[in-house]
Design a protein around this ligand. Sequence first.
Ligand code: 5RP
Length: 260
Amino acid sequence: MLAVDHGYFLGPTERLEVPRKTIEPLLPYADSLMLTRGVLRTSVDPTTDVPIVLRVSGGTSIIGEDLSKETITVSIEEAIRLNVVCLALSIFVGSKYEHQTLTNLAKLVDEGEKYGIPVLAVTAVGKEMGRDARYLGLACRVAAEQGAHVVKTYYCENFEQVVEGCPVPLIIAGGKKLPEPDALKLAHDSITHGAVGVDMGRNIWQSDYPVAMIKAVRAIVHKNVDAKEAYGIFLKEKEKEPIQKETKVLKAVSQSGSFD
Ligand code: 5RP
């Protein structure tokens, strides 16, 4: 899963300033695309057959009062109209708005179930959120108990414990941009320790060579290659790709903040 939903609270995130430019070259290599309706409507070819995972929670920004104060922002009718395969929503376990986000999840699952649309719960977003197995295990389990069909979380030490305690499939977010070999190791460790896949964003499209990077991550998920082999694929593929140019527009805004 390729994540390009960051703008819903970060605005024009670095190297996602012009969503169409970021998404277009990567789309052929993504199994699914996670984004908001605004970017789907404006920046994705409507004839694409790449399954869409629609972010339907929000209502906050990085400069606002509290990142956790999210609500459901898209109706189920709109999600059906957009022909999406899955609905995605963040929960903020341990935050001030924990209750609100967990009841958002329960309501969304109820709505989705009426039409057979699964829900992806996104856990542990936010600088102040713990990222150890104890916290992530709690957040993922709570998400599954509320009815999430798949949960997105972060990789951590003893990740198997998080996987074991969560009765639905887990996928991992990539997090902040890392050097490519480290990001590939993260993807490989996650898959090896029980994640069913990845939902990566910045570690793909903030790379100087995003297409090479998505191909390398894809090889880890689908071809069982290890991190070293995947880095070899990245090095080979990057020779075919021009280095990603700096986007000048909106740069000042794009650097306004980070959530992790
Ligand atoms: C933010 C999200 C992002 O989709 C998620 O963090 C994945 O992106 P990245 O790999 O850049 O962390 O859900 O709320």
